[in-house]
Design a protein around this ligand. Structure first.
Ligand SMILES: Nc1ncnc2c1ncn2[C@@H]1O[C@H](COP(=O)(O)OP(=O)(O)OP(=O)(O)O)[C@@H](O)[C@H]1O
Length: 600
């Protein structure tokens, strides 16, 4: 049985179909879309298909009944109602679209930046949004009309600004919900810039709610614009639905039918927009992607415990690396998190770590000892509230901790790659496997789409995926966890990194797949001569894979040295207890002994 057959179906197939295609299966949505399509066509060509000039007056046509030449009759100024209705459709829809475009530009762009980056822009823009929301829209529009004149375009642009908080808040909340998703971190690690991550992974998430909100707000813009025109506050020279309503209302006793046509246009268009929005919302709710939270922090490991300084194993001192051999050097690294009401809590408390070129280095310790936080600090991916409080991180002679986000961005995905613990959460469910492999290669290596595709297929084959072309076209929910981890390993090595940080890469996989993934990592490391820092709590993995190991306890490295030496003569009592615990465990003994045989 291939891994395809074993793939868990995480998302329904509906998720793959476009929203539009799903709407086409809903009869109400189809009727509403058909009506909107007619309105759109009339808006585009109405002015040219109008039988007569909509501004032309004729005394014979004043409040005239419908006739063959004038199917909807004449208005109070003797103008052809049908021609005015056709022309007014263009102006009314264009005015509402202008309001929508302004609201989208201000609200969506502002919401994306504020939600993604936070900080001062977030504070100031949230504050401004609250002020705009508190403004009475109609009063602002009346004041603008008095100050700037009756232009429908000016009124609608101002109304767009007044509508923008609806988009701002929607996008802001959605972006904050996904910006800490593991697949966003994975995209960052893969070397994608913030602009690409926002455009590809974040905007993709908010696109559907934006479409729904746009439909609703377009209806509101049509209604408000018509209201202003109806009150006589618009430009009387321009035919609009609201202006026609105003004219019809003035003739309500003589020719009530004059109110019917603009009322139908406004009412039916707004209703169709709301129906489409509701149908879209229902469809999205039916196929809502599963929310995936970050792994909650392990509890209770942040207590400050004074430990003796790290033991550098005697064998390690003898084989002390030349400076040029050291690829990654972490010195006295302290990582702390700001916790409300508790000040700052240290989770990494002075880590010293050296990874040499081409070696596999194990970082082992109990759960909550700070292994992942150390890895995230090296990658510049600490969660919000986390920061490097002290120490240094040097990669290939360059300080990463000194240059801000820019220095991490220069190496992440290019020279340092990352293989995560939970493969599924690190793949964006909205994109195919192929596109998630191709994009970083195009950005980092500057390959063309075709070149990146060939390289991705070759890598998929290299990491043991049985049908690379099929996997390339598959979505993450269509492959198994083991395949997803192989895909992420392929992605990690795709840009020829010097260092791969693998954070418990087999924890989420079943036992047989774990062994295969570890074999794959070891083979790739040997083939490419890259260094690997593997985070694990399993000494079996260390024995099987690593050249050197650092043992971590309560935020500190307590012992470090070559794997053989540490297995033969552990010096720190914590290392002894970890090894003791494993030697009592039947499962882990085998790889430990086989390692010793190999290395003897
Ligand atoms: N976002 C966060 N905010 C505050 N504290 C955190 C956060 N993430 C992790 N921590 C704390 O940092 C400490 C170290 O966590 P870390 O994930 O590095 O442990 P670990 O050794 O990798 O454990 P595991 O093997 O379970 O993954 C824990 O005490 C955890 O509670």
């Amino acid at each position: 049985m291939t891994e395809y057959a074993a793939a868990p179906v995480v998302a329904p197939t509906l998720a793959r179909q476009s929203l539009f295609r799903r709407l086409l299966r809903n009869p109400v949505a189809v009727a509403a879309l058909a009506f909107l399509a007619v309105v759109a066509v009339v808006a585009v060509v109405g002015r040219w298909i109008a039988p007569v000039d909509p501004t032309l007056s004729s005394l014979q046509l004043v409040v005239a009944d419908p006739s063959a030449a004038h199917p909807l009759g004449g208005d109070s100024a003797g103008r052809d109602v049908l021609s005015r209705l056709l022309s007014a459709t263009q102006i009314s829809i264009a005015g509402a679209l202008l309001a929508l475009v302004v609201a989208l530009l201000v609200g969506v762009v502002g919401g994306l930046i504020a939600g993604y980056y936070g900080g001062l822009f977030d504070t100031v823009s949230s504050w401004l949004t609250a002020i705009v929301m508190a403004l009475p829209a109609i009063v602002v529009l009346l004041a603008a009309r008095a100050a700037l004149g009756p232009s429908i375009w000016v009124s609608m642009a101002i109304f767009g600004v007044l509508l923008s908080p609806a988009f701002f808040r929607l996008v802001h909340v959605s972006v904050r919900a996904v910006r800490d998703e593991l697949y966003v971190d994975a995209a960052r690690v893969a070397g994608l810039s913030d602009a690409r991550i926002i455009g590809r992974h974040i905007l993709g998430v908010v696109r559907a709610p934006i479409i729904i909100q746009s439909a609703v707000l377009l209806g509101i813009a049509i209604a408000v614009q018509s209201g202003l025109e109806f009150l006589g506050l618009g430009d009387q020279a321009v035919p609009t639905w609201g202006g026609m309503l105003n004219d019809g209302f003035a003739q309500i006793y003589r020719a009530p039918v004059l109110m019917l046509w603009p009322s139908l246009a406004i009412g039916l268009t707004s209703m169709a927009l709301v129906l489409v929005a509701n149908a879209a919302r229902d469809e999205l709710e039916r196929s809502a992607p599963r929310a995936r939270a970050r792994r909650p922090p392990a509890a209770g490991s942040d207590t400050r415990v004074d430990r003796p300084a790290m033991i550098l194993h005697p064998d390690d001192r003898r084989t002390s690396a030349l400076d040029t051999d050291v690829l990654l050097r972490v010195r006295n690294l302290v990582v702390a998190y700001d916790r409300e009401g508790e000040g700052s809590t240290e989770v990494v408390k002075g880590v010293d770590l050296e990874v040499r070129r081409g070696e596999v280095h194990g970082l082992i310790g109990e759960s909550g000892s700070g292994k992942t936080q150390t890895a995230f600090a090296i990658l510049g991916l600490l969660s919000s509230g986390g920061h490097i409080e002290a120490g240094s991180i040097e990669f290939a002679g360059d300080r990463l901790d000194e240059g801000g986000e820019g220095s991490y961005a220069r190496v992440r995905g290019r020279r340092i790659a990352y293989v995560p613990q939970e493969p599924m959460s690190n793949l964006d469910p909205s994109f195919t496997i192929g596109s998630q492999l191709v994009e970083p290669m195009r950005v980092v290596l500057g390959l063309s789409r075709g070149e990146a595709r060939s390289r991705a297929l070759a890598l998929l084959e290299r990491v043991g995926i049985p049908d690379p072309a099929h996997a390339f076209a598959a979505y993450p929910h269509e492959i198994s966890g083991g395949m997803a981890q192989r895909v992420l390993i392929a992605g990690a090595v795709s840009c020829d990194p010097e260092l791969v940080i693998a954070d418990e890469p087999t924890t989420a996989l079943d036992v047989t797949v774990q062994a295969e993934v570890l074999d794959l990592l070891r083979d790739l490391q040997r083939e490419r001569g890259m260094a690997v820092l593997i985070v694990t709590h399993n000494f079996g993995v260390v024995a099987d894979l690593c050249d050197r190991v650092s043992v971590m306890q309560s935020g500190r490295i307590v012992e470090s040295g070559p794997v053989d030496a540490i297995f033969d003569h552990p010096e720190h009592e914590y290392t002894c207890s970890l090894l003791g615990a494993i030697l009592e465990d039947g499962d882990a003994r085998k790889p430990l002994e086989s390692h010793k045989e190999i290395t003897r």
